[in-house]
Write a protein that binds this ligand. Structure first.
Ligand code: AMP
Ligand code: MG
Length: 502
């Protein structure tokens, strides 16, 4: 016996019209073993997990034993993938239920890679260890950065082989989310029937936007605007830390405003708006610099699904939706510029701030300056170039020095002591992000695949992952002993590629 205790599952999604989901049973796996377990997160959910080596823990987090109250389902959804509409659904994910946490939260507990469902089409419903650990690392890093995101509770290897281009170790990720309701869930519901759509909308409002009155006459318009605002704030946060999602299809955009579905995502090193990592994003649709425009496009698809709820008159409904979608640009700009000001240590607003930021970005782009480290370095450049800094040729480029002078003048008008500004900048500019070569190094050791930095002396394959996770847990508190994690990749690995369909 043993295994996690403290389950308090409810199944509010499963009480919605049954067109929105299908019952699902996790596949049988021969030899599940816990690869990694997020005890902190478990605790915050009210779960106590006992020994990670315990077979009962592995059984639960691979779907072999269901927690009390679980009602396993696969959710139906549709989506625009690279601009094209498709019917989808959870093809390799099973929702166990919603854990009611001690602090009053409600969190989806989902097993990703737990086998085939009604929506699997030709897929095997399975996942490989590398991509599941990758999602674990990146989602936990995003959380530590203070960015709304789904979380990762556990990765369990199944003891089975998953066949992709090569045979790989199978694994199940236990994902925790405010919900898995996506723009694509609405696209699906809107194509079913009015009752399904309205039930889904009312459910999402109550669950994620409780500030909206459940019987207010304008509730669906308020809902649309609230989702738009949350997405604008989310994408601004991605831009601030150089996160490239990689596959911003409408089925990968959560109504809750959390980042979701970590596939071919990666963090940018050198600043370039055209940065793309995903091997299948040949035209750069989901490039770093396109993320705001794509979010707005996705939200337009969302607004279309709500038309019949917005107003009985089609023209009025379209006018309401169009107005709301236009509002995205201003909401994004506001959130983005406010965050960029903070990254530069500015607290007041001046009309020239946008230009000041744009000029820095132009220099960074031309110089291929590292996104993360440049902002971090600025914190120590509040004084005109010091002897130490002067040793660094990089920042002696005339274009940078000219910008720096303007920035210092602007900071001077705020009249704060330099150390306070520096501390505030350090609190918003991370010193470490999940650098791609570090993530790959950890995954290579964990899976025994690839050729990155394998350390023969190390017996625990997860050691590098644990070290990386420990560093990523405190992105705003520099750790001198881990300074190597802040370094950009060596030039040979700078052409990083990520893969989808894993
Ligand atoms: P994703 O690229 O992870 O966002 O997935 C896109 C769609 O493909 C979703 O409907 C997934 O459920 C489905 N899918 C991805 N991988 C598999 C798989 N191995 N087996 C079945 N369905 C899958
Ligand atoms: Mg997806």
């Amino acid at each position: 016996m043993g295994g996690p205790t403290g389950w308090n599952l409810d199944n509010s999604f499963a009480r919605l019209p049954d067109t929105l989901f299908a019952a699902a049973q996790p596949a049988r796996f021969r030899a599940p073993r816990v690869s990694i377990l997020n005890r902190r997160l478990a605790e915050s959910l009210g779960l106590s997990c006992g020994d990670a080596a315990d077979a009962a823990t592995a059984a639960v987090f691979s779907g072999q034993a269901l927690p009390a109250g679980a009602e396993p389902i696969a959710q139906a959804y549709a989506g625009h993938q690279y601009g094209h509409f498709t019917m989808l659904g959870d093809g390799r994910a099973i929702l166990l239920g919603e854990q009611l946490s001690p602090s009053g939260g409600r969190f989806d507990i989902q097993l990703k890679g737990a086998g085939r469902t009604m929506f699997s089409r030709n897929g095997d419903g399975l996942a490989a260890l590398g991509p599941m650990l990758r999602e674990y690392i990146i989602s936990e890093a995003m959380h530590a950065l203070g960015i709304p995101t789904t979380r990762s509770l556990a990765v369990v290897t199944t003891g089975e082989t998953v066949y992709r281009n090569t045979p790989l170790a199978g694994a199940v990720l236990t994902r925790v989310a405010a919900s898995h309701i996506r723009v694509g869930t609405f696209e699906y519901a809107a194509r079913r029937d009015p009752d399904t759509l309205r039930s889904l909308a009312d459910h999402a409002i109550a669950r994620h936007y409780p500030e909206i009155s459940a019987d207010g006459p304008e509730r669906y318009r308020e809902f649309l605007i609230a989702v738009i605002d949350r997405q604008a704030a989310l994408i601004a946060r991605w831009q601030h830390v150089g996160f490239v999602h990689g596959v911003m299809n409408t089925d990968n955009m959560a109504i809750s405003g959390e980042s979701i579905d970590y596939g071919p995502c990666a963090f940018m090193d050198a600043y370039d708006p055209a940065t793309v990592f995903s091997s299948i994003d040949a035209h750069g649709r989901y490039a770093y610099g396109n993320q705001p425009a794509i979010a707005q496009w996705n939200l337009a698809r969302f607004a279309e699904t709500l038309l019949t709820l917005l107003d009985p008159d089609a023209d009025t409904a379209i006018a309401i939706a169009t107005d709301a979608i236009r509002g995205f640009s201003a909401a994004f700009e506001r959130a983005w510029l406010s965050g960029m000001r903070a990254k530069l240590g500015l607290e007041t607003e001046e009309p020239g701030d946008g230009e000041l930021v744009a000029e820095l970005l132009a220099w960074m782009h031309a110089a291929r300056a590292d996104w993360t480290n440049t902002f971090r370095d600025l914190g120590s450049m509040i004084e005109p170039i010091t002897a130490e800094r002067a040793a660094n040729d990089w920042y002696r480029q005339p274009a940078f020095a000219a910008w720096q002078a303007r920035w210092l003048e602007r900071l001077g008008r705020e009249g704060r002591p330099q150390d306070i500004t520096a501390a505030r900048m350090a609190a918003v500019n991370p010193w470490v992000i999940p650098r791609n070569h570090r993530v790959e190094e950890a995954l290579a050791a964990a899976t025994g695949e690839g050729s990155f930095g394998l350390n023969a002396a190390e017996t625990d394959p997860l050691a590098a992952t644990h070290r990386l996770l420990a560093v990523l847990a405190s992105p705003y508190q520099p750790d001198a002993a881990a300074a190597a994690y802040a370094e950009p990749p060596p030039p040979t690995t700078s052409c990083y590629r990520t893969f989808c369909g894993t």
